[in-house]
Design a protein around this ligand. Structure first.
Ligand SMILES: *Cc1c(COP(=O)(O)O)cnc(C)c1O
Length: 394
């Protein structure tokens, strides 16, 4: 028996969009209030304050009404002025892609690029900024999802701050699943969204903007206003006494409310530990099967995604299709430069559970074996379970 493509998979273990938490799905079905009803205005403020608590910011983060690509493009449009020289850090498809937005608004974009299985060396950033004191904005992706690799945004952020520049961080698929925050990275703009580790459907962006970044945005005559891309439009919209620039996505705010409640009730540290353990169990399984991880070293592998390098001569596409057809398990392909070369298993939100890591090892191993690859699925499963048991038993 095989699973038809036209039927939903049994398990979605992708690197985003992810399966949503049941309480989020229930909240999406709450009554859709009129946005200017006082009950909704007070509720919106309470959700913004919960987001502030979760992100550890001094003021509520912006909630933009579109999935995080909107906030990323908006960051480039708002912060980068015509006369600015920008340094873009590219260690993957998202980091590289941000440079194209930056180029639309900047005078000049410089770039440090490394192979997409590697991370940016903060010391290279330090040396570059020393040689190029004219750089005003530095852009970096924390977890470049199509590679499953991390950049050290705390170290890079400290260097950027010391150089007097502002950093734009894409933390879409890291925040909420590991210890990262706007404050710890000293980011000017820190973009994330509820559709990865918070376990919501894709629809909203969450953005922390520092005081220095607001000053620069407000001094930028070309920063968008009365626009879907605008940051300024939404700056004060969280206050129940202030108007919305346009209608917020009421149902999605209901979902975000439930996701934030869940995150704060479980406790961020417990949530991060759950993501880290799932990644650990998964990686021990993959390695013991005799398959390599994609990142050059495991210390840059994200706890929210395990990225698996395909054995020589094997394309990822048919393996993914086979895993879905055999076992009903959906995982992610690479993107652009990483397409075909790797398979990604997401550990985000509800699927950040070690039990899912065992399923992923079984599905990936079984599909590789069916394609004739030399993999020891039993050894992989045993190692994954041993890693899980070791964490349980201490
Ligand atoms: C998911 C994600 C985004 C949002 O982009 P989509 O391609 O629309 O999903 C942005 N940045 C990163 C790093 C992401 O993982």
């Amino acid at each position: 028996m095989r699973y038809a493509e036209t039927r939903p998979p049994v398990f979605t273990l992708t690197a985003g969009p992810v399966d949503a938490y049941p309480e989020v799905l229930r909240a999406l079905g709450r009554t859709v209030l009129y946005d200017y009803d006082p009950a909704f205005q007070a509720f919106y403020e309470s959700v913004a304050l919960k987001a502030q608590k979760a992100m550890g910011t001094d003021t509520p983060p912006l909630i933009l009404q579109g999935e995080p690509v909107l906030a990323l493009e908006g960051a480039a449009a708002s912060l980068i002025a015509k006369e600015d020289v920008v340094l873009n850090l590219a260690s993957g498809v998202y980091g590289k892609g941000f440079g194209y937005w930056a180029a639309r608004y900047a005078k000049k974009v410089e770039e440090i690029e490394v192979p997409y299985d590697s991370a940016i060396d903060p010391e290279k950033v330090r040396a570059f900024l020393k040689e190029h004191p004219e750089v005003r904005v530095v852009c970096v992706c924390n977890h470049d999802t199509p590679s499953g690799t991390l950049n050290d945004i705390e170290a890079i952020g400290a260097i950027v701050a010391e150089a007097g520049a502002l950093m734009i961080v894409d933390a879409v698929s890291s925040w909420g699943g590991m210890p990262t925050s706007p404050a710890a990275s000293q980011a000017g703009i820190y973009v994330t969204g509820p559709n990865k580790c918070l376990g919501c459907p894709p629809a909203l962006s969450l953005v922390a903007v520092s005081d220095a970044a607001w000053d620069k945005i407000e001094a930028n005559p070309d920063a968008p206003f009365a626009s879907m891309l605008s940051y300024s439009d939404w700056k004060n919209a969280w206050k129940k006494t202030e108007p919305f620039p346009f209608t917020p996505s009421v149902a999605e705010i209901n979902g975000l409310d439930a996701a934030l409640d869940r995150y704060l009730e479980e406790g961020p540290e417990a949530v991060w530990a759950r993501h880290a353990l799932t990644a650990k169990v998964c990686r021990e399984g993959i390695k013991a099967m005799g398959v390599q991880l994609w990142p050059v070293t495991e210390d840059i592998a994200s706890p929210t995604t395990t990225s698996v390098r395909m054995p020589d001569g094997i394309d990822a596409g048919p393996i993914l299709a086979e895993a879905r057809a055999r076992y009903g398990i959906s995982m992610s392909a690479g993107r652009a430069e990483t397409l075909g070369k790797l398979i990604r298993i997401g550990h985000m939100g509800p699927t950040a559970q070690p039990a899912y890591a065992l399923l992923a090892v079984a599905a990936l191993g079984g599909a590789l074996r069916a394609a004739g690859a030399e993999v020891d699925v039993a050894a992989g499963l045993a190692a994954a379970q041993a890693a899980w048991d070791a964490a349980i038993d201490g």
